[in-house]
Design a protein around this ligand. Structure first.
Ligand code: 5GP
Length: 192
């Protein structure tokens, strides 16, 4: 999606260690006009797939998921990161290793909000190693819901997550696919 690629080129900051900071428009301050266009693109890509629920993970996926959900006319459920070992109530759980924070989280979703009646689109801001997506996919599969696919804002295609998840037979659509990035020379996208 050219609009997002151009914005990353303009306002993205490449950090050492393969981290792209997009705090000024995506995951701290949020550009809602940009999110609207991203939501429309996800709706175009997954048109006719019968999506009736969007699943994301707190915190930075929630904004994108909510705007996209308006296009699909469906609710958003966000997986909560549970910091304690005591997982309360009737919940689906899995584990996610954070690429940016280097920690392992339990994530949970109430069984009330993810059931075999759901056709789920997972939405997240980044795809890097694929751990967040794998954790979310496990929640969907455990619940018996149908996984339609995943919609990602920024895929770092030089990291193994995209290949891993597509190799699991899951449809992944990424709006911007970063081929390489460097603090000096900036970002290059797949196909450039
Ligand atoms: P993964 O589980 O695929 O390794 O990483 C996905 C999660 O890590 C995303 O939800 C995102 O919050 C975070 N993340 C991974 N790489 C980056 C990055 O380069 N920049 C930012 N801002 N977040 C990232």
């Amino acid at each position: 999606m050219k609009l997002l690629e151009d914005r990353i080129r303009k306002d993205g900051i490449v950090r050492e260690g393969g981290v792209l900071k997009v705090d000024s428009f995506l995951n701290h301050q949020m550009d809602i006009a940009l999110f609207r266009e991203m939501g429309r693109e996800f709706a175009r890509l997954y048109a006719g797939c019968g999506v009736n629920k969007i699943l994301t993970i707190e915190a930075s996926g929630i904004g994108i998921a909510c705007i996209a959900a308006e296009e699909f006319g469906c609710p958003v459920v966000f997986a909560k990161k549970n910091k304690t070992k005591n997982i309360a109530g009737d919940v689906w759980t899995s584990k996610v290793e954070s690429f940016t924070h280097g920690r392992v989280y339990d994530i949970i979703v109430s069984k009330d909000f993810l059931t075999e009646k759901d056709r789920v689109l997972i939405i997240d801001d980044f795809l890097a190693m694929g751990s967040a997506l794998q954790g979310l996919i496990k929640l969907v599969r455990d619940s018996g819901a149908e996984l339609v696919g995943a919609g990602i804002a920024v895929e770092k295609a030089f990291q193994p997550g995209g290949e891993l998840i597509r190799g699991m037979g899951v449809r992944v659509e990424s709006l911007a696919r970063v081929a390489s990035m460097d603090p000096e020379t900036g970002v290059r996208f797949v196909g450039e």
